[in-house]
Write a protein that binds this ligand. Structure first.
Ligand code: MCA
Length: 516
């Protein structure tokens, strides 16, 4: 390579990433051109075509409209991946409703927070508990298991969206422990999908095995939107099972697979992992892929996994090249349209030049994919000039490859899901056997990091086990946020201001009391 590369993927003018108008406008064009071409496979109902998805989503839009939902209204969506969920999602986007995807693992307290914040007027929720919680928290909202249970009605105006209209409210936690909603516009979603189409040469002949949940940016904004935008097809799986993924790759002659590192660590040890060799591209994201796992996958399958980096707030930002070297441990180069700068602590674009090559800096980004801001939190999110500080730290090597090195926030990433220590600590603080508790991630081969509780036991009490702590928070925290290990400590290390020094927790730890 001659000199540092700046962008990943095949050319194109970054400015025209949103020239299609909106995802629904592009989908409509695909359906109009080749209505019979298949686009989604559901394990229960089989393939549906572009035309069928267009018809089905229009019918759902008619039902939602008849139920009183109007442009700009927020609608909670949560169900296992399948064509019914996709039709509901597509219907909402087509008629200008704002989708609020909900992780099915969330518990009552977590759901109540989102309902209070987003003030939804509708909810399509597969889980009965979730429906009951939402009904209690938002008695006026239209709540149903599936849109087919709503009365049918006249189809409202579809696909005539302005790029600046909100499309998705994606809840993501912050250092405060209270999740906030990232407002992604139609232009953001389109720019995100178009950048990936160009970078990964996503073609209408591609078939993706999609075993990621459709309530996070990875499965939804990358997997589903990318597929429909490219006019390609996806084989949906309601949960991740390595054998089922391999079967689907063979049966449907799939060309693409996207996963989090925990999925790849399970695939690599599967006795039939070699049968993934037919894929043209396997992509990893949401958490760092260990260089060793990258090499192990190549040995087992012949695939050089392509690692990329993104966030709920920005769709995708950086990717290893499709053609050219994919470096283990690196996330590659900025995607088309993404302006990226590495800034020294306390500096920001405009206030100082970038850090020198080889030096670490905080990642700042700008581009048509970067979200509009956090819902109802003026003054937060991107600056008025569009720059957004990601909270991630990285360095570039001499050839421009980007390496993630850490975070300015304290988020733990377990199995590709973000957990914020403060939120877990707040829920454990009233446990009777706990005097003090601090939460941190511990390295783990399968999960990446394990949510670990460092506990100072209350006087006269034994250190609680991980099972004790889990049962204490069973109704308050999704299972993936619950501590998997407990380490007794004599004191929680704090700085002069009383702030927990999480990086020192490992050093003050005594004997481990319990782990799962
Ligand atoms: C499940 N469990 C977990 C997790 N998932 N614990 C910690 N971390 C997790 N991620 C719990 C289960 O509740 C269960 O607990 C126990 O672990 C074993 O469950 P198991 O059946 O083995 O797990 P699974 O159902 O197979 O799920 C593992 C998974 C899943 C497939 C890796 O976590 C997953 O789909 N992760 C991907 C999430 C994702 O889409 N992230 C993208 C975020 P118990 O035994 O107590 O019941 S978007 C993003 O990050 C950005 C934008 C980006 O760049 O992509």
């Amino acid at each position: 390579m001659s000199g540092p590369a700046t962008h990943c993927g095949a050319g194109g003018d970054p400015e025209d990433l949103t020239s299609g108008g909106s995802l629904p406008a592009v989908w409509r064009e695909h359906a109009g051109r080749q209505p019979d071409r298949v686009c989604l496979h559901d394990p229960d109902t089989g393939w549906i075509s572009r035309g069928e998805l267009a018809e089905e989503s229009a019918a759902v839009a008619g039902r939602l409209f008849a139920a009183g939902l109007r442009r700009g209204d927020r609608v909670l969506l949560s169900a296992p991946a399948g064509t019914a969920l996709v039709a509901a999602h597509v219907a909402c986007l087509r008629m200008g409703l704002v989708v609020v995807p909900l992780n099915a693992a969330l518990r009552r307290r977590e759901v109540a927070h989102i309902v209070a914040d987003a003030a939804p007027r509708g909810a399509i929720l597969d889980d009965a508990d979730m429906r009951a919680w939402v009904r209690r928290a938002a008695p006026e909202a239209v709540v149903c298991t599936s849109a087919v249970h709503l009365r049918s009605g006249k189809v409202p105006s579809l696909d005539d969206l302005d790029g600046n209209e909100p499309a998705i409210l994606g809840y993501t936690s912050g250092t405060t422990g209270a999740p906030k909603g990232a407002v992604l516009t139609h232009a953001n979603l389109l720019a995100g999908a178009e950048a990936l189409r160009r970078a990964w040469d996503w073609r209408d002949s591609d078939r993706l095995v999609l075993a990621l949940p459709l309530f996070h940016m990875h499965g939804l904004g990358v997997g589903l939107h990318g597929t429909l935008h490219a006019g390609a097809a996806a084989v949906l799986q309601p949960s991740f099972d390595p054998g089922a993924v391999i079967d689907a790759v063979l049966e449907h002659r799939a060309t693409l697979f996207f996963g989090v590192p925990t999925m790849y660590s399970r695939l690599v040890t599967h006795r039939r992992s070699g049968e993934l060799a037919g894929l043209r591209l396997a992509v990893s994201g949401s958490a760092p892929l260990a260089a060793e796992l990258h090499r192990g996958l190549e040995a087992a399958t012949g695939l050089r996994v392509l690692e990329r980096y993104g966030m709920t707030e920005t769709v995708m930002l950086v990717s290893n090249p499709l053609d050219g070297e994919r470096r283990p441990g690196s996330v590659g180069f900025p995607l088309p349209g993404v302006d990226l700068r590495l800034m020294a602590p306390g500096e920001s674009p405009g206030s100082a030049p970038e850090v020198a090559a080889g030096m670490s800096g905080e990642i700042w980004v700008r581009g048509p994919n970067v979200f509009a801001g956090y819902w109802c939190r003026p003054g937060t999110g991107p600056r008025s000039d569009g720059w957004f500080s990601t909270g991630d730290i990285a360095r570039r090597d001499a050839e421009g490859y980007l390496y993630l090195e850490g975070r300015t926030t304290e988020v733990i990433i377990t199995g590709g899901l973000n957990v914020y220590p403060r939120e877990v600590e707040e829920q454990l603080a009233d446990h009777p056997a706990i005097a003090e508790v601090a939460i941190a991630g511990r390295p783990d081969e399968q999960w990446g990091e394990l949510v670990t509780a460092y506990v100072v036991p209350a006087p006269g009490r034994r250190t609680p086990t991980a099972a004790d702590l889990r049962s204490h928070v069973v109704d308050r925290l999704a299972r993936y946020k619950q501590p998997r290990a407990v380490v007794p400590v004599e004191a929680i290390p704090r700085n002069a201001l009383g702030k927990v020094q999480r990086h020192l927790l490992g050093e003050v730890a005594g004997t481990e009391a319990a782990a799962t």
